[in-house]
Each structure stands twice: as C-alpha cells, then as structure tokens.
Write a protein that binds this ligand. Structure first.
Ligand SMILES: [Zn+2]
Length: 313
C-alpha cells in the first residue's frame, strides 16, 4: 500500500509531462502539428517550410522542425518533434544535411518522407573554385554533397514541382491546386533568377568571401566565386592558417566586403575585414526564416548586397 501511492503520483506526473510535450496527441494519429482536415506537413528547415506553405496553400498545415533563430545544420530533435515526424502525412527534408532528421525519418518516416536531395543532382562538396571545405575541417555528413541547393532559385522551382506531385499523392482531391501553386511559384522564382542574372552580369569583382561555404549553388549559377572562411557547416572553427589564407585571397581579389550570416557570430568575418581593410555585410544563406519578408524578399536583399559589394553596374 505504501508503495502504490507514490507510484500513482509518478504516473500522473509522467502523464502530465507527456501531455505537455504533446506526445499524447500521437495516439489518434493526427499529430500535434496538423489541423483537422488538412494535410500535415513537417518541413525540416526554413526554405522547405516556405515551399510547403506556398505550394500547400490552405489545405495543408506546415510545421518547421528548426525553430527560428536556430542553426539547422546541427539540429537536434526533442521527443515532441520526433512525434511530429511520426504523425506527419508528408515529411519534407534534405538527406545529408541534418543527421538528426535523417535518423528520425529512417526510423519513423516510412513512405511519407519526401527527400528533396533526390530531386536534382547535388553538387559535390569539393566542386568549384575557392571552396576549401576539406581544409577547414568541416565535419561533413558523409555524403560528400553540398546541401545548400535552395540558394539556386531554379533548382528550388524544380523541387517545388516535385513537392506538388508528392502533395497531390497525399491529397488527390487538391492535386490540381498544388500543381497550379507550384507553377505560380516557379514563375516568381524564374523572375528572381532573371534579376540575379541581370544584376550580376557586369561587376568589377566576382569573388565573395563568406563565413561558411553555403553559396556554392548561387555562385555556380551566376558565375561568381566563393571564398568560404569555414567549410560547409558554419560551426567549424577556422584555423589561424585558414584565416591567413582567406585574408590573403581577400587582398588578392581586392574584396571590399567580407560577408557574415544572420545565425552565426560575425566575429571571424570582422577579424578578416579589419585585417584587409574591408567592410562587413550580411549575406543570408536562408538557413532560417528571414527577420521579415520571405525567401523571395530575402534573396532580393542578398542581390542588392552583392551588387553593392561587387560594384555591379
Ligand atoms: Zn549551411
């Protein structure tokens, strides 16, 4: 008797904790994230959330596993978020980018997972001029591929078309709506692509020094060259030797601006900028939601920043 009473208390506490964490919502299979009558989409990070919302419209409910302000590369999932993956109708993720999401999808995603890495062939991590990922000691997730595919608007449009197909399979009744919205988004992304191509056609410089090597797809598409201070993941600490190399390259290419990111400390960029007498500016890799606006407006801000830094006419 004296044993059972405390046990009951513990059980009640555990139930309360589970309820607070949203785990009890799993039982009916609808999931904490989704609204009744809507397709529940779980997106792994911001650009995939943007795509899912734009293409899904009001017949899907989208939740993002990477909270605003968090850096998505090293995302860890709490039990509630694993529950969201379990309960989702469609999980939109990019394999090789976020190991915790890969694992959750492998264990719980089943055929509800939509891997955007499989839509268009990804660049090799080491591809392109000044990347230096290997030297910067980035952890690499073993795929040897550059995950930052969303920074090429035309590739994002293609991913959008495939996502519309996938949503149409999950919700055949609204398939035509998903296709139409993906088409409308493609038109907007094509316009953005044209603005980039025009805006970066004639510039005094074509090298950009970035805090991590996130812009390979963008620099490849618009014939720029990226000098990444750290590798493909932002948290790798660049060595003094790497900093010296970047400073030398920045001087050599007369870089007037060293770029840093919204989600990463500007300290390293500031150090190099001071050393070579350059300014710093924000170039947003869109790994999290922009402070205001959306993917399209943040990409336009990036274009203006690049045009100023590279002295484009
Ligand atoms: Zn990144």
């Amino acid at each position: 008797m004296t044993v059972r009473a405390p046990r009951r208390v513990l059980t009640a506490t555990a139930t309360a904790l589970l309820a607070a964490a949203g785990l009890t919502a799993c039982a009916d299979g609808t999931g904490a994230a989704s609204e009744p009558g809507k397709v529940g989409v779980v997106a792994a990070f911001y650009p995939l959330q943007f795509l899912s919302e734009r293409i899904g419209g009001d017949t899907v409910s989208v939740s993002n596993l990477t909270k605003p302000g968090a850096e998505p590369h090293d995302l860890e999932l709490n039990p509630r978020q694993v529950g969201q993956v379990v309960d989702a109708d469609v999980v939109v993720y990019l394999s090789g980018f976020q190991p915790a999401v890969d694992e959750a999808v492998e264990q719980n995603g089943g055929d509800r997972a939509f891997d955007v890495a499989g839509v268009t062939p990804l660049r090799d991590a080491a591809a392109g001029g000044h990347d230096h990922e290997g030297e910067a000691g980035h952890s690499g997730e073993g795929s040897g591929k550059d995950p930052h595919v969303w920074l090429d608007p035309t590739r994002l449009a293609t991913i959008g078309d495939k996502l519309a197909e996938r949503l149409g399979k999950a919700d055949p009744e609204h398939a035509a709506d998903y296709t139409a919205r993906a088409g409308a988004l493609r038109a907007e992304l094509t316009k953005l692509d044209t603005e980039y191509a025009d805006g970066l056609r004639t510039c005094k410089r074509r090298e950009i020094v970035t805090s991590h090597t996130a812009f390979g797809y963008l620099t490849e598409r618009y014939q720029l060259e990226q000098i990444g201070i750290s590798g493909l993941t932002p948290e790798s600490e660049p060595s003094p030797q790497r900093l010296a190399e970047v400073a030398e390259e920045a001087r050599e290419h007369q870089a007037g601006t060293i770029f840093f990111e919204t989600l990463v400390s500007p300290k390293v960029a500031e150090t190099i900028a001071r050393e070579v007498g350059a300014k710093t500016a924000v170039l947003d890799p869109l790994e999290g939601p922009p402070a205001d606006g959306d993917y399209l407006s943040a990409m336009r801000t990036n274009l203006q920043t690049l045009r100023t830094a590279l002295d484009c006419s």
